[in-house]
Write a protein that binds this ligand. Sequence first.
Ligand SMILES: Cc1ncc(COP(=O)(O)O)c(C=O)c1O
Length: 378
Amino acid sequence: MSNSPATATQVPFFRYPHLFQQQRDEILAAVTDVMERGAFILQRDLQEFEAGLRSFLGVEHAWGVANGTDGLIIALRAAGVGPGDEVIVPSHTYVASAASIHFAGATPVLVECGADHLIDPAAVEAAVTPRTRAIMPVQLNGRTCDMDALQRITDRHGLVIVEDAAQGLGSRFRGRPAGTFGAAAEFSFYPAKVLGCFGDGGAVTTNDPQVARRMMLLRDHGRDETGRVVTWGLNSRLDNLHAAILNVKLRHFEGEITRRRQLARLYREGLEGLEDMTLPPGPDGDPDHFDVYQNYEVESGRRDALRAHLEGDGVRTIIQWAGTPVHQFEGLGLGPVHLPRTDRLFTRCFLLPMNTSLTDDEVQYICASIRRFYGRAG
Ligand SMILES: Cc1ncc(COP(=O)(O)O)c(C=O)c1O
């Protein structure tokens, strides 16, 4: 990773062309190979990618799907969630988590997140009703939830876990990777994700052979290995071309996680001690969590002024979900949902740039800009 000085003081939130430029030759070779073979749907590159994902995660079954949202619908349906069921999900998530529950025929029940911005197990416990069938922990910002606490709740009430690991690939809780805990899980390969392709893509995983079979049928028109339709299904296969690109990306993935964790360390060094700011947990010193920093979500008591100041210094920041947690969307028919902690968080939180195109100098530039804002140079 080059660390040339940040001469131009323009730090975009994400550099999409970098996704290609990073491994240009390898990607061009992979794409050309697929094109020349005319291998577009359900071909060997997809099988290789699924095998690569299984071995990376240490999970029994993985299927490539068209996108993470479809993956969640498939994971829920394959895990037996359907009409009449309630699924507990945090409100601090992409609308896709709740939408997938809706499209599986069930009802999303939105709950608060805790200090680390992930689903709060106490809020989950309080939301369980006789209709609750599943919990959907969201492995947000590249951090795995406290899965032990959630597991205790599911054991007590006979529920299943369906993980939304769209943002969590590579993160671990007590050594175990996100995407391997529940009855079923989903990942997204949207371009800005830790493992991003050049469009939409996703995967579903499970250790349960019956869930795995249902996933396979659901993603490909209900067709079995012989091509016979044995049940209803969707057309939601990961394109072979994207699988070939992801095979290249997966080879570089460990190095990219290491880089993201270095960047998180740099942010910590640069921003520690600013009382008005709350930083994400650091990458070191907590043996229970291995975080991959999909995002660097901070809090500030003067968020809007700080963002305007950073913008003036050429640093682009965003607020996740364009600033609206799911329970604040009035058009979803969920009725008034009272989540004061999430409401408060959404007056404070925003994302600093976090991706593998960032140089050390750029992170230091961002930190210096923030310290100037707070009148605390150096
Ligand atoms: C938390 C979360 N859940 C679900 C999704 C849906 O994934 P996709 O955009 O691939 O459908 C995303 C990403 O966009 C996400 O961040």
